[in-house]
Design a protein around this ligand. Structure first.
Ligand code: ZN
Length: 630
């Protein structure tokens, strides 16, 4: 028995606990006594307070109400208006997932209905929102997790043992080192190896989609061994932060991947799409859909502000980063208080249509690792309102001359931001209604936005809760789901807006639309996302107008006559001013700032300004450099 469970048992009547196990950092106890389950007089709370770990008491599966009867009971307790669809039992964990259109009504006032379900059936109810837009891919992910619930239980117990088997209460005075395996003075392939005497953890594990020769993080360094890796933490679902994880699973990594729930779903979609794109580009995919499935099975989702141990000496908390849905800044509390690190991932310190700005208050902080995508003195972003007017202008002009507008997007983030902007421009009468076609992957990710409104900002959340106001369900948005529909849309002459992946025109449907629309000066191409060094998007921005595409063994030349525009103000990244004011507002002040995820000159510029203005030690490491924090 694990040391920590022995310690807990000391405080409990021995005959009341039938089983104790881990669910990652949660310690789960089962009891066969109905009376002890409902009336343990705060015994569990006291222990939680003593050892500062999360403990959950559940009824032993043997005393639960039988399934059919329990389902009937649950459906009679929850009012019809709540719109309960599925009721899914996880018998081994004594939990029941209830899917409802209106979770609030299913929960009842101050959880009254949940309490009633628990008392009558002993099952532990978890309420989940039925997504307003159905997505086959989301349903598949949930099915994978459900079908493997037995393995999942074993996996979570194993993770718990890794965390707690070396458990001690004292502060550990040890060393901490971080090595940049990617994103050092570049945008792309974010990947940092964090080492302590007890832990080997990766912060992000992405690819550089714009690069051919240095696309992957440098995992071949001697200090990295996949079999020694304890955990992978993913800040958000963009491929430059998560695109290489399935490769770890291909090489038998079987440890946990930590992220938020929307990140898990969007990440799985983008990774499956990435395999398709590699194939259609005639490249051998670097991993398979089975590897992506394995990743999903090993993902542990955390909510914002939920504190969780991940190794014997690292505790993490995810905080809103304001970049895309589910995007997180990772706070790491190392060695029982020895050192605290904040890794921002990609962040936006400013309000957007979709999200709240990045969090600024933390309990403790010694080292800040911040992104520098727009960190250069030259990267001052124009005001958002100005950008919205500019977009409305481009759309109006193009529609007037009967053209089409192509907006290449990353799938998650700018796509939904621009959807909301267009929707509000039309609602406010600043733009004539115009059909907006949302291609494949983008539509699925929009569905995920409707499934997790609690991750969006107040205004959007409120509108999604009232189904008839859900902005994503506006009839102006039309989904393009197949190659056939895409072909019809291309051949149809009517003016419209098209949003499609990839965001940098490096494969995917956006390139097909580009080829079809490029030849007419009536059409417009609008860049709203960051265009990576070497990508086709960046080349067009720089003025290239004759593009060679591989077509089998032959080359096909496409001349670009359409109007080209770039709107940088919709970015999900902080601009230079926002980065500087983020550090100004940050509480407490870090002692050291490390700048990464930006072109070399911008990283260096931001690091030196931080030092000059705030007198904080700063550095912009190159790839393969290691920084010792303690
Ligand atoms: Zn990103």
């Amino acid at each position: 028995m694990s040391k920590i469970i022995k310690e807990i048992m000391k405080y409990l009547p021995e005959d009341k606990i039938s089983e104790a196990c881990f669910e990652a950092a949660n310690i789960v106890l089962y009891t066969k006594s109905r009376d002890f389950f409902f009336n343990n007089n705060g015994m569990i709370k006291d222990i939680v307070h003593k050892i500062k770990k999360r403990i959950e008491l559940r009824p032993d599966p043997s005393i639960l109400m039988e399934l059919e009867k329990a389902e009937k009971e649950i459906r009679s307790i929850i009012p019809e208006e709540a719109g309960v669809s599925q009721v899914i039992f996880d018998a081994q964990r004594s939990q029941v997932v209830i899917e409802a259109e209106k979770p609030g009504l299913a929960i009842g006032k101050q959880g009254a209905l949940l309490k009633e379900i628990r008392e009558k059936t002993l099952w532990i109810p978890l309420i989940r929102r039925t997504p307003a837009i159905r997505s086959q891919l989301i349903e598949n992910i949930r099915a994978v997790l459900f079908q493997n619930s037995d393995n999942r239980r074993k996996f979570l117990d194993k993770v718990g043992h890794r965390i707690y088997d070396g458990w001690i209460r004292e502060k550990k005075h040890e060393w901490i080192r971080m090595t940049w395996l990617g994103a050092g003075r570049q945008v792309g392939r974010s990947c940092i190896l964090l080492q302590t005497p007890e832990s080997r953890v990766l912060l992000d594990c992405g690819v550089d989609v714009a690069s051919d020769k240095d696309a992957y993080p440098s995992l071949e360094v001697p200090e990295f061994r996949v079999n020694e890796l304890d955990a992978v933490i993913i800040s958000h679902s963009h491929l430059d932060h998560c695109g290489f994880i399935p490769y770890l699973f291909k090489y038998d990594y079987r440890g946990p991947v930590y992220c938020t729930e929307p990140t898990r779903d969007v990440m799985a979609l983008l990774l499956l799409d990435y395999i398709k794109i590699m194939r259609s580009d005639g490249k051998e995919p670097i991993f398979s859909s089975d590897d992506v499935k394995e990743m999903v099975k090993h993902t542990i989702c955390l909510d914002f502000d939920e504190v969780s141990d991940i190794t014997p000496d690292i505790r993490i908390t995810l905080h809103n980063s304001g970049h895309i849905i589910g995007s997180a800044m990772v706070h790491l509390h190392i060695g029982n208080g020895l050192h605290n690190i904040l890794y921002t991932g990609d962040q936006k310190y400013g309000k957007t249509q979709l999200l709240e700005p990045a969090t600024t208050k933390f309990q403790r902080l010694e080292t800040l690792i911040i992104e520098g995508t727009y960190g250069g003195r030259d990267s001052v972003l124009p005001p958002k309102r100005e950008c919205e007017k500019f977009l409305a202008d481009i759309i109006t002009k193009t529609i007037k001359r009967k053209g089409k507008i192509l907006i290449p997007v990353l799938g998650s983030g700018r796509a939904q931001e621009v959807m909301l902007i267009v929707e509000s421009l039309v609602r406010n009468g600043e733009l004539e209604p115009v059909p907006v076609y949302i291609d494949g992957m983008v539509w699925d990710i929009t569905a995920i936005h409707s499934a997790y409104p609690e991750f969006l900002n107040n205004q959007v959340r409120k509108r999604i809760f009232h189904k008839n106001q859900n902005p994503f369900l506006n009839e102006m948005f039309k989904s393009i789901g197949s190659a056939k529909e895409r072909k019809e849309l291309i051949e149809e002459g009517k003016p419209c807006i098209v949003m499609a992946t990839s965001g940098m025109l490096v494969g995917g449907p956006s390139v097909q639309y580009l080829k079809a629309f490029a030849g007419s000066s009536k059409n417009s191409l609008v860049f709203v996302a960051y265009q990576g060094e070497g990508s086709l998007g960046r080349r067009i921005q720089r003025g290239e107008r004759e593009i060679a595409f591989a077509n089998g063994n032959k080359q096909e030349m496409v001349e670009i006559k359409m109007e080209i525009n770039t709107i940088e103000g919709f970015t999900g990244h902080s601009g230079r001013k926002q980065l500087m004011s983020y550090i100004y507002k940050l509480v407490p002040k870090p002692r050291k700032v490390i700048v990464n995820h930006g072109e070399a000159s911008r990283c260096l510029d931001l690091a030196s300004s931080i030092h000059k203005v705030y007198r904080i030690e700063s550095v912009a490491p190159r790839n393969l450099e290691t920084i010792r924090l303690r």
